[in-house]
Design a protein around this ligand. Structure first.
Ligand code: PMP
Length: 358
């Protein structure tokens, strides 16, 4: 059979490459390429999954128990919370709900790789605003990029893959420059790893958050439930209704919802693990800087190496040393904070290549 597309389809989608996952690690390698949580699931999470019954029935479509629980926690109403199969799903729901052909979506670049893909799926136009040299968002340039066609702005704090946060003050000053009818998504997938008290927190001070702002969070990172796919958004009820309208119904499984609920019960223990990871992060950043690397001020569970044209070669060296990292073209590479022993391993390999940089 010929390999040409046998049906008529949208040309822009036919040209869109499907999502490609970072390489999986073999048994003897550490996978530090997907910002996953290295800790095993809590016994209570395993028990919740084993105890899952009634899988012959559909789950509750709105994940009402989890919504109620999060609403109570953040002091909002249940309809100001929206749950989906990963926060990446909510991003797509809001992109589709706000933007189509002719509309513009502004985000910093580099940032989370799903943003450009989602914009293309919607047939909208991406307006990518380069990061500052230190890996931070250029919020001035992002505000200046707004036009009559802007429908959505995505701010990622901490920024994946470079690591820096946006401060609360910077975010408020930025919002003051954005038209009130343009949606701003604050993507806080790594919020729980933030130790900088100046950082924006979309949920701490909901009073200052305007109706056009949605805060996006996930159970994939700090809560270690990446494989179960649970993310949530907090924002204005009518804005979240748009996401509920474009959502694929019934995507959040009952098992995922109950694992998220028991994880909230075990939050203190999970946050102890987060503290261990942020300690490892500090050790890694200090060690890398002592070797001469320029490492941006990261607040996520990952560090960014400014390896530029050497990125692929250095990623291959890590690979040979049993550490799978994520190279980004000719920009740099990202290394997740993983198991305790990876800190020394990463530092050893980094030391062996630092003098080979172009
Ligand atoms: N936002 C950012 C910035 C991310 O890095 C990720 C995961 N890599 C997500 C959102 C999506 O996370 P999930 O869909 O697992 O909730």
């Amino acid at each position: 059979m010929t390999d040409s597309l046998p049906i008529r389809a949208r040309a822009d989608i036919a040209a869109l490459p499907p999502y490609r996952q970072g390489r999986q690690a073999g048994a003897d390698a550490f996978k530090l390429s997907s910002n996953e949580n290295p800790f095993e699931p809590l016994p209570s999470v395993v028990a919740a999954l084993q105890g899952a019954t009634g899988v012959n029935r559909y789950p509750d479509a709105s994940a009402a128990l989890l919504r109620a629980r999060l609403a109570e926690r953040f002091g909002v109403t249940a309809d100001e919370v929206h749950i989906a199969a990963g926060s990446v799903s909510i991003l797509l729901q809001l992109v589709l709900a706000t933007s189509g052909p002719g509309d513009e979506i502004i985000y910093a670049w580099r940032s989370f790789e799903a943003y450009p893909g989602h914009v293309k799926i919607a047939g909208a136009t991406a307006v990518e605003v380069p990061l500052l040299a230190d890996g931070r968002h250029d919020l001035d340039a992002m505000a200046a990029a707004v036009t009559d066609r802007t429908r959505l702005i995505i701010v990622c704090s901490p920024n994946n893959p470079t690591g820096p946060i946006v401060t609360q003050t910077e975010f408020e000053q930025f919002l003051a420059r954005i038209p009130a009818d343009v949606l701003v998504i604050l993507d806080e997938a790594y919020a729980e790893f933030v130790t900088d008290p100046e950082a924006v927190d979309g949920l701490r001070e909901l009073g200052v958050i305007r109706p056009n702002v949605v805060a996006l969070r996930t159970f994939s990172k700090a809560y270690g439930l990446a494989g179960l796919r649970v993310g949530y958004a907090v924002g204005h009820r009518r804005v979240l209704d748009l996401a509920r309208s474009t959502a694929i119904p019934l995507s959040v499984t009952a098992a995922a919802e109950s694992a998220a609920l028991v994880s909230l019960d075990a939050e203190a223990e999970l946050l102890d693990r987060v503290r261990e990871l942020t300690d490892r992060r500090a050790a890694l950043v200090d060690g890398l800087r002592a070797q001469g690397w320029r490492v941006p001020e990261t607040q996520g569970n990952f560090v960014w190496l400014d390896t530029r044209a050497d990125s692929q070669r250095i990623a291959a060296t890590f690979d040979e040393g049993g550490i799978i990292v994520r190279p980004y073209g000719d920009d740099g590479l990202r290394i997740s904070i993983g198991e305790a022993e990876t800190v020394e391993k990463v530092l050893q390999i980094a030391a062996s290549v630092v003098d080979t940089l172009a």
